[in-house]
Design a protein around this ligand. Structure first.
Ligand code: ADP
Length: 189
């Protein structure tokens, strides 16, 4: 299985295994850090694929409004990416779960969806925000993210939101969670 999709009355939610920089969504979300200066993981991959103009655009944003706090989002062009835009958001660093991590993670998804809707976009792709070096437990992240995405589809004109999971193991955790929340999905190759 490479992807599983869930059709809801208000749009489609797709879980895919793969590299988000290849996504054909109108915007992809970057799991950035507050400095917006790039880094490792998905952030590094997005900056490499988009080219150096992405860093320039991020630098201008930080000059104008300062560092990006966790839970908030900003938008730039996608430059050399297939995606037209990159929405940069900052997820929480997992501490013990009692520092508002859950609320901040949902806020990162919610702010990104809100910005995509403001730009009139119909498709958006997310990586597993905070699930890499920020250490958020994947099981809990998948539940919070999927619930927030489902309400985002309901509350906006977005038609399709994809989650890009990097490993087969992550895809299976997210797919199980989606099945718990929304019932059985449709498997795609
Ligand atoms: P964070 O700092 O928010 O934890 P990371 O980039 O360390 O962000 O990890 C977030 C998730 O993105 C992890 O599950 C990691 O495996 C995944 N990831 C890394 N590179 C890519 C990529 N090119 N496409 C999609 N997901 C990726």
């Amino acid at each position: 299985m490479k992807a599983v999709s869930h059709e809801t009355a208000s749009g489609k939610l797709v879980l895919r295994q793969g590299d988000i920089t290849k996504s054909r969504a109108q915007a992809i979300v970057n799991a950035a850090n507050s400095s917006l200066m790039g880094g490792g993981g998905v952030d590094g991959a997005i900056h490499r694929a988009a080219g150096p103009k992405l860093l320039e655009a991020c630098r201008e944003i930080v000059q104008e409004q300062g560092q990006l706090p966790p839970g908030e989002a900003v938008i730039t062009p996608g430059f050399e990416l297939p995606a037209r835009y990159v929405i940069h958001t900052v997820g929480p660093v997992w501490q013990q779960g009692n520092q508002g991590e859950a609320e901040l993670l949902q806020s990162a998804y919610r702010s990104s969806i809100g910005l995509a809707a403001e730009y009139g976009l119909t498709s958006l792709a997310f990586p597993a925000i905070s699930c890499g070096v920020y250490g958020f437990p994947v099981e809990l992240a998948s539940e919070l993210a999927l619930k927030t995405i489902a309400s985002g589809l309901e509350q906006t004109d977005l038609e399709e939101i994809s989650m890009y999971l990097f490993s087969e193991k992550d895809l299976s955790i997210w797919a199980n969670q989606a099945e718990k929340l929304f019932g059985k999905g449709t498997e795609e190759e």
